[in-house]
Design a protein around this ligand. Structure first.
Ligand code: NAI
Length: 393
């Protein structure tokens, strides 16, 4: 789609990230933006919020405001006519969203996920095959560029921090050269090209940071509820023990990179400390250790661990939060499954996956594999199959 004309794009999702991207993209690209929000009554709530505020607005680190052209729960109203369609959703909503929008995609559309999380390409390529849509190209970003939280639904979203640079990859892989400038224009920050979506799967640092910090904070929790002022800060509460957990997980991923790096370009798979500095350099006051880089990162300021109130003033960890329910089946389990194909041991990943699975009552590596995006689910059950898939254009 060399002559991409961005008269209109569509953002899919109704949460923090989607409500952040929509006005930023409208502002950056100076084009119309539609929003596909099929979840519950979100489309109605978004419309009424936006109407009463004169548009959707981001505040804080990035400021943009836009009236969206159309907000709808019906893909027929918002997908046609968009050469660029962006899913900004938790990964567990990717498949159902792709299934709903596929029949309405323009010829040659670009469809991507921000962030891609693990195995987006395995799932999306299968759906494109099933729907006979070889014309549609895929892309993904390694992370969401912003830390953002809705303040008033459909009206204002606060952007706590913005990353300086983000990696992106495509399928066919070669298209990223054409896509990256468009994505960079849309986001208003540097977008670097990664060699493949497999590289982004392994480079997904959310899979390390979110479950790893949960394990560090609550791995030894004895079940006693804590008071409101005992709810730990998620990032700024990182202990030496938590930082060691993260470092060990990062080393496991680097071992996978080393093993596969001879066959596939995995240069985008950075050690965690390098990624933090690459993404947040300006926000970090002390980068001397992994722990200090987390606890002095202003973009993480004030964010608390996910908790549930079980009685007035009594809180317990919320193991149902996406830090485990998304980042393990659509992150860690995928990397762990790739390691298995490559014959690489991953003791730190195994420990955290096992602990998270115990909290959720799921064994993501065997009985609940069908709730993950491991390559084996998509017929990629040998290393040579996986490498062939990645090299396929
Ligand atoms: P969110 O928690 O705000 O997303 C919830 C939204 O997803 C819902 O409002 C709904 O629109 C949609 N959704 C949920 N379940 C659905 C389903 N079954 N079917 C269809 N739609 C469904 O998520 P957020 O914060 O926007 O994050 C999006 C992605 O970005 C996630 O992968 C998250 O891990 C990642 N991310 C978010 C950051 C943030 O600061 N918000 C920071 C870094 C990454």
């Amino acid at each position: 789609m060399a002559d991409i004309r961005l008269n209109k794009i569509t953002v899919c999702g109704g949460g923090n990230g989607a409500q952040t991207l929509a006005p930023i993209a409208a502002h950056q690209l100076d084009c119309q933006v539609d929003l596909y929000a099929p979840f519950g009554d979100e489309a109605d709530r978004l419309r009424s919020g936006s109407d009463s505020h004169g548009g959707v607005e981001t505040t804080g680190a990035v400021q943009a405001k836009a009236l969206l052209r159309c907000i709808s729960a019906d893909p027929a109203e918002v997908i046609p006519g968009s050469p660029l369609v962006v899913l900004v959703l938790p990964a567990f909503a990717h498949e159902s969203t792709l299934r709903a929008i596929l029949p309405f995609l323009d010829q040659g559309a670009w469809v991507g996920a921000i962030p891609a999380r693990g195995g987006f390409d395995f799932c999306a390529a299968k759906l494109l095959r099933e729907h006979g849509r070889p014309d549609v190209a895929l892309f993904g970003l390694q992370t969401l560029p912003w830390a953002c939280r809705i303040q008033e639904f459909g009206r204002s979203i606060h952007v706590l921090g913005v990353k300086q640079a983000v990696d992106a990859a495509s399928r066919p892989a070669g298209l990223i050269g054409e896509m990256a400038p468009v994505l960079q224009g849309m986001l208003g920050l540097r977008v670097h090209q990664a060699a493949s979506l497999l590289a982004l799967t392994l480079a997904n640092t959310g899979q390390l940071i979110h479950p790893g910090i949960m394990y560090g904070l609550f791995g030894d929790w004895d079940g006693t509820p804590f008071p409101a002022d005992g709810v730990p800060l998620f990032y700024h509460g990182l202990s030496d023990h938590g930082a060691n957990v993260l470092a060990a997980m990062s080393e496991d991923v680097q071992a996978i990179r080393e093993c596969l790096g001879a066959s596939i370009d995995l240069s985008a798979v950075r050690p965690l400390i390098e990624w933090l500095l690459y993404s947040y350099n300006r926000n970090i006051q002390d980068s001397s250790t992994l722990r200090s880089a987390f606890v002095t990162n202003q973009a993480y300021s004030g964010l608390k661990a996910p908790v549930r109130e079980v009685a007035p003033g009594a809180f317990v960890p919320d193991f149902g939060a996406r830090y485990l329910t998304e980042d393990v089946p659509y992150g860690l389990a995928v990397s762990r499954a790739i390691a298995e194909l490559a014959g690489v041991e991953t003791p730190a990943l195994d420990r955290v996956i096992g602990w998270a699975g115990a909290q959720l009552g799921k064994d993501f590596l065997s009985t609940h594999q069908d709730e993950t995006r491991v390559p084996q689910r998509y017929g990629l059950d040998r290393l040579d199959h996986l490498i062939t898939f990645v090299r396929e254009d």
